[in-house]
Design a protein around this ligand. Structure first.
Ligand code: SAM
Length: 225
């Protein structure tokens, strides 16, 4: 495991002692979360478009965290922090109700085999957690290159009356105002479509704190920083 020394990298213990992301960023700007940021090219693009918003990029893969941190450091952006942490664990343990303006999930692990599909991130439990963390009108953006995952995610979101669709169809292939990661570009270059779902949490909902379901890895050995 490579040691990450970037100032953008936040070990869990540091978040714990700071108490909040606002304390780590040094301001109260609206907060967005990118889950599974890979090499960080999406988050750097979106954060440079919105310097007045803060972004947390997370991934469970050390190498991806290292590459994302290098990209953040090279960009000079101060509105992105990176954590190596599991998405549901972070949201459940450290994010308060209605603390997020947006969530981005781009090309999550597809778990293509039928028997693996229960491992997919986007399911009913995740939507409950997302709704709990999102502010009124907060965005849930999800995209995938997997037809079956795109269709089932769109169906789940479209049927959930707690969300409003931001576009006119359950999913769209129109990426004109959406930053494209290298990973997404690879599929576009092969002539494959990206399925993008863009939804917003309806306002005025009371969402109970969801319980944390088991079955995914929560913790890694602490990294020295
Ligand atoms: C297929 S890659 C896509 C990377 C990036 N979003 C992109 O579009 O280039 C999926 C990423 O999600 C990360 N990941 C998978 N499950 C995760 C979870 N539960 N929490 C945080 N990151 C996760 C993986 O380590 C991997 O880097």
């Amino acid at each position: 495991m490579t040691l990450i020394t970037s100032p953008a990298f936040i070990p869990e213990a540091r978040l714990k002692s700071a108490g909040s992301f606002a304390a780590l960023f040094g301001n109260d700007n609206p907060l967005s979360l990118e889950i599974g940021c890979g090499i960080g090219d999406f988050v750097v693009q979106i954060a440079s478009r919105h310097p007045d918003r803060n972004y947390i990029a997370i991934d469970i893969f050390n190498q991806g965290c290292r590459q994302t941190c290098s990209r953040i450091d090279r960009s000079g952006l101060t509105n992105i922090l990176m954590m190596r942490i599991e998405a549901r664990y972070l949201m459940h343990t450290y994010l308060k109700a209605e603390s997020l303006q947006a969530i981005y999930v781009n090309c999550p692990d597809p778990w293509p085999k039928k028997r693996q599909r229960k491992r997919r991130l986007l399911n009913h439990d995740f939507l409950n957690l997302a709704l709990y963390c999102l502010q009124d009108n907060g965005e849930l953006n999800f995209c995938t290159d997997f037809i079956d995952y795109g269709e089932s995610a769109a169906e789940l979101l479209y049927q959930d009356t707690r969300f409003e669709n931001s576009v006119s169809t359950p999913y769209t292939h129109d990426l004109s105002d959406y930053p494209i990661s290298k990973y997404m570009q690879r599929f576009l270059d092969l002539g494959q479509s990206i399925f993008l779902c863009r939804y917003r949490k309806k306002s005025g909902l009371a969402i109970d704190p969801p319980s944390l379901s088991k079955g995914f890895r929560l913790r890694w050995p602490e990294e020295k920083h």
